[in-house]
Design a protein around this ligand. Structure first.
Ligand SMILES: Nc1ncnc2c1ncn2[C@@H]1O[C@H](COP(=O)(O)OP(=O)(O)O)[C@@H](O)[C@H]1O
Ligand SMILES: [Mg+2]
Length: 201
């Protein structure tokens, strides 16, 4: 039986990385094979592209193309084989992030992105997308405390506001697969919301 493809989305600082171990444990406890991966990255080529994407300035469309180049590799090397053997694939970001960051954040044309998505993804879509949502000021405060910022994380509040809005619009557009998690709560409460959702996947 084919596995399930679960993606985690949300702004930097929303709490995706924090909750991944818990999500993996939950599925493993059910005896499932779980593959944990991330974007940009997920393959050796993808991780090299990640280094470039997170640290070098470039034209927004170059950024979109490189994201999809890494994603194309990720799908054929990691995601599809795992789904085909019945694994649950948990990916820290996927194509929705390109709509949020490259379209919303950087202003890449939406129609171009849609063509790129059709071209690179064929028909692959996540079964469930967990959108960790926090107000922009909260994510910026968390990031300031947590780590030294990469290229994206150095952007200001306007950039992140556009990203949050773009994510929320996609959640409205694809309600069958998006689950919004209010991450502006104490961790125990976020985990409680998360458990309700993942126990039904
Ligand atoms: N609900 C929460 N309340 C307080 N701090 C949080 C919460 N969720 C995450 N954090 C903190 O915010 C920072 C960023 O979280 P992280 O999981 O790295 O976000 P992301 O992977 O989405 O960028 C970390 O220092 C983390 O401990
Ligand atoms: Mg993270």
């Amino acid at each position: 039986m084919r596995g399930k493809f679960i993606t985690l989305e949300g702004m930097d600082g929303a709490g995706k990385s924090t909750h991944i171990p818990h999500i993996l444990d939950h599925f493993r406890a059910r005896g499932l094979e779980v593959v944990s991966t991330r974007e940009p990255g997920g393959t050796s080529l993808g991780e090299r592209l990640r280094e470039i994407l997170l640290h070098e300035a470039m034209h927004p469309e170059t950024e979109a193309l490189l994201m999809f180049a890494a994603r194309r590799e990720h799908i054929s090397e990691v995601i599809e084989p795992a789904l085909a053997r019945g694994a649950y694939v948990v990916s820290d970001r996927f194509a929705d992030a390109s709509y949020a960051y490259q379209c919303g954040g950087r202003g890449v044309d939406f129609e171009k992105m849609r063509l790129l998505e059709q071209w690179a993804l064929d028909d692959l879509q996540p079964d469930i997308t967990l959108l960790f949502d926090v107000p922009v000021n909260v994510s910026l405060q968390r990031l300031a405390k947590a780590r030294s910022p990469d290229k994206f994380e150095q952007e200001g509040a306007d950039f992140f506001t556009r990203i949050r809005d773009a994510y929320l619009r996609r959640a409205q557009q694809y309600p069958h697969r998006f689950r919004i998690i209010n991450s502006d709560q104490p961790l125990e409460d976020v985990i409680r919301s998360l458990d309700r959702i993942i126990s039904s996947i």
